[in-house]
Design a protein around this ligand. Structure first.
Ligand SMILES: Cc1cc2nc3c(=O)[nH]c(=O)nc-3n(C[C@H](O)[C@H](O)[C@H](O)COP(=O)(O)OP(=O)(O)OC[C@H]3O[C@@H](n4cnc5c(N)ncnc54)[C@H](O)[C@@H]3O)c2cc1C
Ligand code: FES
Length: 271
């Protein structure tokens, strides 16, 4: 884990209050594992100091510069003051970053399996590095990705470029199958023998809970990436406690990726 100031190299706007921030942060780019996150804030602009704590963001993707991993991107949805501030940064401004943090996906679980990523909305930010890693390792990966309409499905082309099969659902039917991603998941996963499937899911609380219920019933291993509210990000404030069948856990250090079969859904569990 490092604490650094990183220059913004791009802030690309998308519909529905979403944006992708790219920063030059080689220390993080070279260390991050799929499913890990970074605590992020706009660095002091020399006017009033920021009153806000850093916000947790998954590392969406990593790009090389001069042949070495250097650029880190975050895919962000504006929901409040912290993400609004992040949206306002311009190229050349700096972000304060602490990371990479947390325990990401267990990559070994995917070996020799049909790896099914089931994702709702900006949950997509947590699984691109995972898909890329498994693809590069020759593992089989499929994406089931749902949103309200086609223009909510940010990053879709990045996954298509990986060459993996992508099954899309939209609530208004503007792209793919009309309906919820959970319905798409049920239909799509039915193509494969359950004992060969390895599931990973990220998205709104209700969506992940529904996916884990199906996974549990069908005895499909399922990793979930939860987005609990976090103040520190590294185990000090105890503000991100979640419940599992084993005991209470901290989402920031024991997670954010958990075994779905052992997770107990409560109000601070995730979105
Ligand atoms: C490990 C992790 C990875 C994350 N990755 C991403 C990501 O890649 N992209 C992204 O856009 N967001 C991500 N989030 C969620 C992001 O941290 C919150 O949206 C952000 O902290 C909200 O800050 P804010 O100041 O804009 O909103 P606030 O003013 O703090 O809150 C605005 C509203 O959002 C709710 N809220 C605040 N924090 C969260 C949260 N963590 N989860 C759900 N609801 C929340 C509040 O209850 C309130 O209703 C992640 C969270 C975690 C824990
Ligand atoms: S966010 Fe502070 S302990 Fe987890």
């Amino acid at each position: 884990m490092v604490s650094i100031k990183a220059p913004v190299v791009e802030n690309r706007q998308y519909p529905h209050d979403s944006f992708i921030l790219a920063v030059r942060a080689p220390e993080i780019a070279q260390a991050v594992l799929p499913g890990q996150f970074v605590m992020v804030a706009v660095a002091d602009r020399g006017t009033a100091p920021t009153p806000l704590l850093k916000r947790a963001l998954a590392v969406y993707s990593v790009y090389p510069e001069d042949g070495r991993p250097s650029i880190v991107t975050f895919l962000v949805k504006i929901v409040g003051e912290g993400t609004r501030r992040l949206n306002s940064v311009r190229t050349g401004e700096y972000l304060d970053l602490v990371g990479p943090l947390g325990k990401g996906f267990d990559l070994n679980r995917g070996k020799g399996k049909i790896n099914l990523l089931v994702v709702g909305g900006t949950g997509i930010a947590s699984v691109y590095l995972l898909a890329e890693k498994w693809c590069r390792g020759g593992e089989e990966v499929h994406l089931v990705y749902g949103g309200k309409s086609a223009d909510y499905l940010i990053g879709l082309d990045d996954f298509k470029r990986l060459g993996i099969p992508v099954f899309v659902t939209t609530e208004d039917g503007s792209l793919g199958q009309r309906g919820l991603v959970t319905e798409g998941f049920q239909a799509y996963s039915g193509k494969f023998p359950t004992e060969h499937i390895n599931l990973c899911t990220c998205g709104p609380n209700a969506m992940m809970e529904a996916v884990t219920v199906v996974a549990k019933t069908q005895e499909i291993p399922c990793q979930i990436s939860v987005e609990s509210k976090m103040a520190c990000g590294f185990g000090v404030c105890l503000g991100c406690t979640v419940k599992t069948l084993d005991s209470y856990r901290l989402a920031c250090t024991h997670g954010p990726v958990f075994d779905g079969a052992r997770f107990v859904w409560e109000s601070n569990s995730a979105r």
